[in-house]
Design a protein around this ligand. Sequence first.
Ligand SMILES: Nc1ncnc2c1ncn2[C@@H]1O[C@H](COP(=O)(O)OP(=O)(O)OP(=O)(O)O)[C@@H](O)[C@H]1O
Length: 271
Amino acid sequence: MNMLSEAAVEKKLMTPDAMTSYKMRGEKVTVHYGEKQALFDVDLNVPEKQVMALIGPSGCGKSTFLRCLNRMNDTIDIARIGGKITLDGEDIYDPKIDVVELRARVGMVFQKPNPFPKSIYENIAYGPRIHGLTTNKAELDAVVESSLQKAAIWNEVKDRLQEPGTGLSGGQQQRLCIARAIAVSPEVILMDEPCSALDPIATAKVEELIDELRQNYTIVIVTHSMQQAARVSQRTAMFHLGYLVEEGPTDKMFTNPDDKRTQDYITGRFG
Ligand SMILES: Nc1ncnc2c1ncn2[C@@H]1O[C@H](COP(=O)(O)OP(=O)(O)OP(=O)(O)O)[C@@H](O)[C@H]1O
């Protein structure tokens, strides 16, 4: 290879697209709720095994975009989705896609911890059982234990697995919900303001957990906390009035954003 083409290869490798491998891609994503348009032609890709934060003022469409990624908007009668979203190159809105399977691959953790009104054990065992991921009780026990371990809550619950999940503290319930998402071996975990109902200590634990989880999972998190976005994410996407304003490495977005709206938002001038 001559020097010129080596330099060309080097240059190609240095472009963000070549350096980042994307797990999901969104192309010209639009969402309408009835007559109201909530997202306008959003082109946004989700990098693999990183944490991407979605930020922006209330009502700008962060949760709407998040919910498009595992077709949770399908559950809203008046929602209409346009554009294209792929997972590993496959169109997730293709009629061939099994939505239940998609939601196992792209799991979700909600704002308010929502354990099932069942035992801690059953909260975790339910998903693997309905997806047929285990064949016997010993295997199921192992999945329950490893999911609780990965969600950093095993030590707190291992002696009370038969007690109700709803009896745990808010922070523990949220980690239980993360364990429940992990139990079906997702590839992507969507988190919609997962710490907004938690106190600062529980928040710190969940943030620490998110940081560990990115070794194995692709994570997208909606947050109102600039500090949280800065602490947990590697990339940040800023939304405003249904448009994607800009997206980039979190460090850059918080120190030297390209768009004035991002600058104004992160410095608290609106939102
Ligand atoms: N189920 C729904 N039915 C009708 N309109 C909706 C629905 N969900 C969201 N919207 C509207 O879509 C727009 C975007 O809402 P979305 O919840 O995605 O914003 P957000 O940025 O996540 O806001 P917040 O930070 O307040 O949670 C808003 O104008 C909202 O009122």
